[in-house]
Design a protein around this ligand. Structure first.
Ligand code: SF4
Length: 399
């Protein structure tokens, strides 16, 4: 089965919705309630969306900050159910997830929309489409069609990515449920801004997540993302507590998120609250969107941040987007016990896999993560909660 792989993008003077040219993407939303709104005009009720930490209050006819959830006659609906703007087969290392089925591909899907307004977004044309007035030609895919396409492509997982995937939570859960039944893993690439209610709804179906932790300063979060830090930390802890395998990514933007003292706080928090074997991807910034005037992150800054992470006790620090031999050397996974190379990579590709049954072949120390030779728990519908932690027992365990 082929799903279209490239979105068409065109400007529209006054887009009214972002799910195609008809009502195909409209479906009842989850995680909302009628809101007490004493100043609302007479008529249908205002509603409160509790999917992300913005917790938008929406009067009838209005949309939330993400631009893809709307109050229709006192009921919240999603406008993007099944309305895909991207479907690509990516190496799972590209998410990045380095401790999840290394060397496999992940069928990666997205709709438009995002609750953040990051001026440095690499995918702004789809993430910020509602805000920017960009209209896309979407293509509709029922959940079973996505799963069939992923299986046909030989993927090991389905990734909900490119934009903030919680904004299409209804669709995500329906796809993930079928994917798990079919033996596929589900992975989330997220800004971590889901509420605890959203984490409770999604986590049972999610095996692994890469969560952006863009900095460790609330003022910075407000300034560059239009969001707050605390909900992101709460999501990270909530996903971990729910048994989801978590990796963290920090994009180092010169002058914004590269302050060494902030990075010390950030990495110390990861080591303390998520565990020292939590992979931390420290990624190089390249100019994009409204940050076209900012220079790329110097390699030395990436190297310095990686050293800060290691000094904080993190065992698996991965510099990203630095290219060439440096990335090959720094992108390897090493045993936290004896230092042996367990997984060697070149960019997004695994070039050597020395892991045996999820453990170091030299000292036998388990490497936490999700490995291909591990049984998959919860592989049937109605058995949520099994994320099939690979060989994660023992030292460090599956955290
Ligand atoms: S998902 Fe977030 S931004 Fe969108 S309507 Fe709900 S609370 Fe608002």
């Amino acid at each position: 089965m082929n799903l279209r792989r490239r979105p068409d993008v065109r400007h529209a003077a006054a887009p009214t919705r972002h799910g195609g040219d008809d009502e195909r993407g409209v479906a009842p939303a989850i995680l909302w309630s009628a809101a007490d709104d004493p100043h609302a005009p007479p008529g249908p009720a205002s509603v409160r969306c509790v999917l992300c930490a913005h917790r938008c209050l929406l009067r009838p006819g209005r949309r939330g900050i993400c631009g893809v959830r709307e109050n229709r006659d006192g009921k919240l609906v999603t406008l993007v159910y099944g309305e895909l703007v991207a479907a690509h087969l990516d190496p799972i290392e590209k998410k990045p997830l380095f401790h999840v089925l290394p060397g496999t591909t992940s069928y990666s899907i997205a709709t438009v929309g995002c609750p953040f307004r990051c001026g440095f977004c690499q995918n702004w044309e789809i993430a910020q489409a509602p805000r920017e007035g960009l209209r896309h030609t979407t293509f509709h895919a029922e959940p079973d069609e996505v799963v069939a396409a992923a299986l046909s492509a030989g993927a090991g997982s389905i990734a909900y990515t490119y934009v903030e995937p919680t904004i299409f939570a209804e669709y995500l859960v329906d796809v993930a449920r079928l994917a798990r039944r079919a033996g596929l893993r589900n992975v989330l690439v997220t800004n971590g801004y889901g509420t605890p209610e959203a984490v409770a709804a999604l986590a049972p179906w999610i095996d692994a997540a890469n969560v952006d932790l863009k900095g460790f300063d609330d003022a910075t979060y407000r300034r560059i993302c239009g969001a707050r830090l605390a909900p992101v930390l709460e999501t990270l802890a909530g996903l971990r507590a729910a048994g989801v395998w978590v990796e963290v990514t920090t994009l180092l933007i010169p002058g914004h998120t590269d302050d060494p003292s902030g990075l010390r706080s950030l990495t110390g928090w990861i080591a303390r609250e998520l565990g020292p074997e939590t992979p931390w991807h420290v990624s190089r910034f390249f100019p994009a969107y409204r940050f076209g005037h900012v220079h790329p992150t110097p390699i030395a800054t990436i190297r310095g941040a990686a050293a800060i992470g290691r000094a904080a006790g993190l065992a698996h620090v991965y510099p990203g987007n630095i290219g060439g031999a440096a990335e090959r050397e720094d992108g390897a996974t090493r045993c936290a016990g004896c230092g042996a190379t367990l997984i060697a990579r070149s960019a997004y590709h695994v070039t050597e896999m020395r892991l045996r049954a999820g453990a170091c072949p030299v000292c036998r120390r388990p490497l936490p993560g999700i490995w291909a030779d591990a049984a998959m728990d919860g592989a049937t519908d109605g058995a949520p909660g099994g994320t099939g932690a690979g060989a994660g027992a023992g030292a460090g365990g599956r955290r």
